[in-house]
Design a protein. Structure first.
Length: 681
């Protein structure tokens, strides 16, 4: 854990903490026992300066520090192992006092800044706006592609056999129906420990703005942008008859189109401006369809279309979203696209903010096939599956991994995504993501796991790279099942020659518990892929033991080492093994969070499931951060506690978790203060 909190929590074990002091007792403890290492004489260990806290009221200006202390005490991560532990009474008193101080603060959630659509969202929005039969451009970042429509959430049941594709490294999976002549803009980067919809990663430079202008024109000018592929052609682009004034026809067509494109009520000046453009074009002799194409191109190049934003308010605190903003936030979260007409109509009537109506809309949207876009975006990023693309196992040891251009990696990355989709569609407990009683396997993947011999497979199956056939199978051996022990995760957290327990432990801490460790000190050299001279007979655990000897490394290693070494039976491409190449037995034993002892993978999964409330809270944090497109702050933390509690009470079902994210206060509010203006008089 963070070394800067060592002395704080140790002092709390020895001096009574009086909740009635409203935090004053804590301040006195800091002044008398902690300042020497955290503020005195400019000594600030662990980046914690307690001189900043002079009285109880200062907790309001340091909520992150307060939350940090609360969490390490709550999860018994402090005091360190070589110090006396807190008694249950002491821990309860500390937690209750800190929670009381936290509750007395007025919530002020971090601002969700204005941001543009990312590439995935732009594609979806244009497809939905024009009801395109196909996509706008190819998206290599989509890791799981439907070849047949197996994704039917309205049924509440996942298909037993699915036909899919997964080819981020090749072009064969990009051959799908799309608009000819339309080139995508560059793929958006993912934030560290975050997602590709973060505002600070989605700026709009002048060059990119020009690219969007050209992109909007190329969409409507594509040869494939025609009545056969554009679902709104008749209602928007078709030449009208002579039954009425053309201006009225343009108005009737533009108003609903712009409302959908801009996701808000269209004011008369905005409508008049777009109408004026169309009528001017018609006055110059431009054909009606061409004029409407031009105005459609202008609309999808407008900042009102490209930017996702919310209006500012007079206060600096959290304020309710208006109904249009709520419709947008809901739609971008679950569908990665524009709100549909049903959402916009409810927003126009001011009904969407009613919790009962909002819940009903959530239930409708979770059963809609557009939910596939959530599955195309969130789980792959949450699991960090893009890392498998850069995995390079030793070619001599693992030649099948490279057979037919990364055959194994394509199959590996599909399995955890299908598990996630099944848990979501069937509304299963999220504990199935850790230890499922089912999985999906292709024949080649079963061969990679050692459950089939390659020679037993027909030639057609051995060469299966374009279309992949997966079937649902029961899991009885707990070495399989869930997303944490499948071959894809094991491969992407390994090096070319060996497994990397520290990488695996950091992945588990980040993904499963949403508690990423700090980066290692810059002067700590990485462990070599191969043993150095004299280390040939050592186990990997013994080789890494030196890292725990450094005081500035010990805290993190106490947390991540048990997580990583628990998976050491899985080799560099996920194959099961009982010993290393040197014949030494693999030791996976450890203790999770100092409470749950394990000696085998099934016991480790039991330990993880014993901490299912912590996993639920961690996953809630990932989902809320994805939904809000921002990093979470201290005031979001009590909300995560409530979301996790409601989810646990309903059997940890994933749709309950998603619903509670949508109903949460941070999701339904905004913190977007008006900028101060200077009086120039």
């Amino acid at each position: 854990m963070r070394p800067g909190l060592l002395s704080i929590v140790f002092i709390l074990t020895t001096i009574p903490l009086l909740g009635s002091e409203g935090g004053g007792g804590l301040v006195q403890i800091f002044k008398t026992r902690c300042i020497r290492c955290h503020g005195e004489n400019d000594t600030v260990k662990g980046k914690v300066n307690l001189l900043e806290i002079q009285g109880p009221d200062d907790w309001g200006t340091h909520p992150d520090l307060m939350e940090q202390i609360l969490q390490v005490v709550k999860h018994q991560e402090m005091p360190p192992e070589d110090e006396p532990p807190l008694s249950n009474a002491e821990r309860t008193e500390i937690i209750s006092t800190l929670k009381a101080l936290r509750a007395n603060r007025a919530a002020s959630y971090p601002q969700a800044p204005i941001r543009r659509m990312n590439r995935f969202q732009y594609n979806n929005a244009v497809v939905d706006l024009f009801k395109l039969d196909g996509v706008v451009f190819a998206l290599p970042e989509k890791m799981l592609r439907e070849h047949r429509n197996y994704f039917q959430p309205e049924t509440g049941r996942m298909a037993e056999h699915v036909t899919v594709g997964s080819r981020p490294l090749g072009k064969s999976q990009l051959i799908e129906k799309r608009l000819s002549g339309v080139a995508p803009f560059p793929q958006d980067l993912r934030a560290e420990h975050g997602f590709d919809n973060r505002a600070d990663h989605l700026s709009l430079s002048p060059l990119l703005m020009e690219a969007f202008l050209k992109l909007g024109q190329s969409v409507v000018e594509s040869n494939d942008f025609n009545p056969g592929n554009v679902g709104v052609w008749d209602e928007f682009f078709t030449q009208p008859d002579d039954s009425g004034p053309v201006s009225e026809v343009v108005r009737k067509r533009l108003e609903p189109f712009l409302t959908r494109a801009f996701r808000r009520a269209i004011t008369p000046p905005v409508l008049d401006r777009y109408m004026g453009y169309v009528l001017a074009e018609l006055g110059r002799g431009t054909p009606f369809t061409s004029a409407m194409k031009s105005v459609a191109s202008a609309a999808i190049s407008s900042p009102w279309f490209l930017y996702l934003s919310e209006t500012s308010g007079p206060s600096g605190g959290a304020e309710p979203l208006d109904d249009y903003e709520l419709a947008n936030r809901l739609s971008w979260f679950l569908w990665g696209s524009l709100p549909d007409r049903a959402l916009l109509e409810l927003a126009a009537m001011g009904r969407l903010s009613d919790p009962e109506v909002l819940t009903a809309e959530f239930e409708r949207m979770i059963r809609d096939q557009r939910l596939k876009r959530f599955c195309d975006s969130f789980p792959a990023q949450w699991l960090q599956l893009e890392r498998i693309i850069s995995s390079t196992p030793n070619r001599e040891q693992y030649p099948d991994f490279y057979f037919l251009k990364y055959r194994d990696s394509m199959h590996m990355m599909v399995e955890p995504l299908l598990i996630f989709e099944t848990v979501l569609i069937e509304n299963r407990p999220i504990t199935q993501l850790i230890d499922s009683d089912f999985t999906y396997r292709s024949s080649l993947l079963e061969e990679a796991y050692g459950e089939l011999a390659l020679s037993e497979l027909p030639e057609k199956v051995r060469n299966e790279v374009v279309v992949l056939n997966f079937k649902r199978i029961p899991v009885t051996d707990r070495r399989s099942g869930g997303v944490i022990t499948n071959a894809g995760i094991m491969t992407m957290t390994s090096g070319p020659e060996r497994t990397q327990p520290i990488t695996r432990g950091a992945w588990l801490a980040t993904v499963i518990f949403n508690d990423p460790p700090d980066p290692p000190p810059a002067d700590v050299p990485p462990l070599g892929e191969k043993p150095a001279a004299g280390e040939e007979n050592l186990t990997l655990r013994e080789r890494l033991a030196a890292h725990r000897e450094r005081a500035d490394c010990r805290g993190c290693h106490e947390k991540i080492d048990p997580l990583g070494f628990a998976l050491e039976n899985y080799g560099p491409i996920g194959n099961w093994r009982d010993q290393y190449h040197n014949g030494r037995r693999i030791d996976v034993s450890g203790t999770l969070f100092r409470r749950h002892r394990f000696d085998a993978i099934d016991e480790f999964k039991d330990a993880l499931l014993a901490e299912k409330d912590r996993f639920t809270r961690g996953l809630a944090g990932h989902l809320l951060s994805f939904a809000l497109a921002r990093e979470l702050g201290a005031d979001d933390q009590p909300v995560l506690d409530r979301i996790a509690a409601v989810t646990a009470a309903d059997g940890y079902r994933i749709q309950t978790l998603l619903r509670e994210v949508v109903l949460s206060e941070p999701f339904r509010t905004k913190t977007n203060p008006e900028k101060e203006t200077r009086d120039e008089a």
